[in-house]
Design a protein around this ligand. Structure first.
Ligand code: NAD
Length: 285
């Protein structure tokens, strides 16, 4: 009997599963190395920007599925968000701070070696009076901070998390990009569009590099989603956007989290380097 099957089969189910060696006969040469023997509880998920909004929904969904979840954020609310979830921990982390990110192994402590899922969700989208700041008025400091959080932060966190994923030869990395990276945006400013477009390119490079280690890397591109970030848009901006959305409503954080959970699952094992649009049809390639 396969030891992996022993761990996941419920009492009495062993008689009903394929006899020993069945997996050997169908698995291509070397494929067994890429199959994770553990269940969800052995795949720790790290979600950045998880105190609220889409990140909090992703953390909740992954926790519901049985993953131990680390919620990382710069704001103190992350403690309360994590406290409401089963088997979850909160850490204070600025993803744009290289020293703080380098300390992730210590921050995750005994969970570090079980890390399997990384959701690079932390992001900022500064606005002026609820509208995109014109490029001609954009201070370099604001440009640099948006690139640092939305793009460099994902690079730093992904790079730091490669060792445990490679060691187990299984991993899932998800980038939270945006429809602002898929076409012209009337709401997001240039720095945000540049960072999110760069994030998609970074995801493709990472997918190419880590694929041989059994690690998939994909991007999720939400449209308008009802979170504090979207609520920061000026009155009427979200309403005006509705006419562009075939489903005629803005989305919920939970609807994005469902897609992230799928990408983090074994069901998405042959999906890598892709961008999944979750925008009610507002962008169709
Ligand atoms: N809401 C939308 O309509 C929408 C659309 C497309 C993409 N997105 C993207 O989805 C992600 C989540 O957005 P949201 O709408 O939930 O926004 P939000 O502002 O509600 O949540 C973002 C979270 O990221 C955290 N964060 C900010 N800077 C951080 C840093 N340096 N380090 C760690 N955490 C940090 C914030 O504290 C916050 O908890 C972002 O990357 C955003 O760009 C959102």
């Amino acid at each position: 009997m396969n030891a992996n099957t022993d761990r996941v089969a419920p009492e009495g189910a062993r008689d009903r599963v394929a006899p020993e060696g069945a997996r050997d006969r169908v698995a291509p040469e070397g494929a067994r190395d890429r199959v994770a023997p553990e269940g969800a509880r052995d795949r720790v998920a790290l979600v950045t920007g998880a105190a609220r909004g889409i990140g909090a929904a992703c953390a909740a969904k992954l926790a519901t599925l049985g993953h131990p979840v680390v919620l990382a954020d710069v704001i103190p609310e992350v403690e309360g968000t994590a406290a409401a979830l089963p088997n979850a921990r909160a850490i204070r982390l600025d993803v744009a701070d290289p020293a703080a990110v380098a300390a992730l192994p210590q921050a995750l402590d005994d969970w570090w070696e079980r890390l399997g899922i990384v959701v690079n969700n932390a992001g900022i989208s500064p606005k002026v009076d609820g509208r995109a700041r014109p490029i001609r008025e954009m201070p370099l400091e604001e440009w640099s901070r948006v690139l640092a959080v939305n793009l460099t932060g994902a690079f730093l966190v992904s790079q730091a998390c490669i060792p445990p994923l490679r060691a187990r030869r299984w991993g899932r990395v998800v980038m939270m990009t945006s429809q602002a990276a898929r076409g012209k945006s009337v709401i997001a400013a240039a720095h945000y569009a540049a960072a999110k477009t760069g994030l998609m390119g970074f995801a493709r490079s990472l997918a190419s590099e880590l694929g041989p280690d059994g690690i998939t890397v994909n991007s999720v591109a939400p449209g308008r989603i009802d979170t504090p970030m979207a609520q920061g848009a000026a009155a009427g901006v979200n309403d005006a956007f509705l006419a562009q959305i075939p489903l005629r409503r803005i989305g919920t954080p939970e609807e994005v989290a469902e897609v992230v959970a799928f990408l983090a699952s074994d069901a998405a094992g042959y999906l890598s380097g892709a961008t999944i649009d979750v925008g009610g049809g507002s962008f169709m390639p």
